[in-house]
Design a protein around this ligand. Structure first.
Ligand code: HEM
Length: 505
């Protein structure tokens, strides 16, 4: 649920009375000499909520920023938001003052779904967060797991290519669901082992549970309105939804862990251990280094499920959509891939190292289709100044990565166009030095998979385009492909991507 878009009238009235109180308390606590960032006029009751209704949050904020500038403040209920809308301001937040803006906000859903903030993505900045992040990087994403990850990537890509080869000629496939399946298999097999339990014993599918968790983690209406927030969420049914969502995922994670507890860890070679085996090792009495609790272990698994799948699927799906819509790019990319990989006999022989145009296409797709439009909100730890404006502790910072990446004043007149060649003269890594595109966020809270995820995307795309030619469904022209998105929390396609594969000789 998006608190800005689903806003029943009755709830609005309830909030009105309460918010006058909160507003007056906040006003009286604000130091009188503070120089605050520009802010659109707000209602004493709901703050700026009314200005954000009716369109996706990132788009509404982008429009307001055109009027109020690249650093702007808004209020929703009791919460203060700092809205950042330029590379220079993003650099202030995620580089110059990264040590101040590196925490996360409290949300009821993140508290419950992360076993009381024992995870990485939603945990406040702390020694615990640092340890958990270190574990994910070294035990799931790092070189130790690289061999298994590569093996699984190859096996899963092979089985997708095989399935496509068996597909009846001239008929469309649902590429969205195929790509979801392959990424889910990759992530789950590295995390839970090659025999992982694909579906829970009962209840909703894993796919449905992940979708639901990601929506819940976007927050509720009650999160912005303390004291009466609980009542609102109770009456709207949101609390029950959260309880159900948590109970289902928790039961699934329990099943995975119980399956692993039956294995004798001593008998499994280091190379054959999956992520959960390693975490169980780290939770033993005699564990060297950080000793994990049961909640830490489950929270890490939760992060892998909610953070590791959707963003990669989304990147693959938008990339295929964009090149389908741009036959010039598709042709150029396909000829690079077929030249570089000429004569390979199998999926595993694909080597993307020299495919420079492919790398540009991946970057361009990540620019136009930044999966998390304003990242995971950052939060300030202490009072500071940004661009001469005072920012107080616990301010929630929304960095409008979606807007920055499409801004003509940053990317030129053709900012809205899918034009990978723009990266021929673009030095610096993706969103790292220049802060003009932020698909992986930035600073110490940036995505820990930012170095590994693009290579996986390149490998899958190179194989899809090497072994097959692609066309739109019959009766449709490439340029008519629907490119609408479903809205936050991550910008998924509104309708599944259906294309027609033709085996290439
Ligand atoms: C193309 C694929 C991916 C994209 C585009 C992506 C994007 C992002 C973004 C935008 C953030 C928020 C950064 C910020 O707040 O500044 C993030 C955080 C995170 N991502 Fe990814 N991600 C991807 C793949 C993955 C994978 C495969 C994992 C593995 C489990 C992962 C785990 C995480 C975690 C744990 C965080 C939280 C980091 C922290 O708060 O310290 N992501 N990701």
């Amino acid at each position: 649920m998006d608190i800005f878009n689903e806003w029943p009238i009755t709830t609005t009235l309830l909030l009105s009375i309460f918010s006058i109180l909160v507003y007056n308390i906040l006003r009286s606590n604000m130091p009188s000499k503070a120089k605050l960032p520009p802010s659109p006029p707000k209602l004493p009751i709901l703050g700026n909520l009314h200005q954000l209704l009716g369109k996706p949050r990132h788009e509404a904020l982008w429009q307001l920023s055109k009027q109020y500038g690249p650093i702007m403040q808004i209020h929703i209920g009791s919460k203060h938001f700092l809205i950042i809308s330029s590379p220079a301001m993003a650099k202030q937040i995620m580089k110059t003052q990264d040590h101040i803006f590196c925490s996360r906000t409290y949300l009821k859903a993140s508290e419950q779904l992360t076993y009381n903030f024992k995870d990485i993505a939603f945990s406040p900045h702390s020694a615990h967060w640092r340890e958990m992040r270190k574990i994910l990087v070294s035990e799931f994403l790092g070189p130790k797991r690289a061999k298994l990850s590569k093996r699984v990537l190859v096996t899963e890509t092979e089985s997708m290519i095989r399935a496509l080869s068996l597909h009846p000629p001239n008929t469309e496939v649902n590429l969205s669901s195929m790509l979801f399946e392959i990424v889910k298999q990759m992530v789950c097999k590295v995390a839970f082992g090659t025999n992982y339990r694909q579906q829970p014993l009962k209840g909703p599918s894993l796919d449905a549970m992940i979708d639901e968790a990601n929506e819940l983690l976007n927050g509720s209406i009650g999160d912005s309105f303390p004291y009466i927030g609980f009542l609102i969420d109770q009456f709207s049914g949101w609390n029950r939804r959260l309880d159900d969502g948590f109970r289902n995922l928790d039961a699934y994670i329990d099943t995975i862990i119980n399956d692993h507890l039956k294995d004798n860890l001593e008998e499994i070679s280091e190379e054959d251990k999956d992520f959960v085996h390693t975490l169980l090792d780290m939770s033993k009495e005699n564990a060297s280094g950080y000793r994990l609790t049961n909640a830490d272990l489950k929270a890490l698994v939760m992060d892998v499920l909610t953070g590791g799948i959707d963003s990669t699927v989304l990147t693959l799906t938008w990339l295929m959509s964009e090149i389908m819509k741009n036959p010039r790019v598709m042709q150029k990319l396909q000829s690079e891939i077929r030249n570089c990989a000429r004569g390979i006999q199998s999926v595993q022989d694909m080597n993307t190292t020299k495919m420079t145009y492919l790398k540009m296409v991946v970057k361009e797709s990540l620019r136009l289709h930044t999966p998390a439009p304003y990242l995971i909100p950052h939060v300030s730890l202490s009072h500071t100044q940004v661009s001469g404006y005072d920012v107080f502790p616990s301010t929630i910072v929304l960095i409008n990565a979606w807007g920055i990446a499409r801004d003509p004043s940053v990317w030129g007149e053709n900012a809205a166009e899918f034009y990978p060649e723009r990266f021929e003269n673009h030095d610096g890594d993706i969103g790292w030095d220049r802060f003009d595109m932020l698909p992986f966020g930035g600073g110490r809270r940036s995505c820990p998979a930012k170095n590994t995820a693009p290579a996986n995307v390149e490998f899958v795309i190179a194989n899809l385009l090497y072994w097959f030619d692609w066309g739109p469904p019959s009766g449709m022209k490439s340029e008519d492909l629907n490119m609408e998105n479903k809205g936050i929390p991550v910008l998924k396609r509104k309708v599944p991507l259906r294309l027609v594969p033709t085996k290439h000789n």
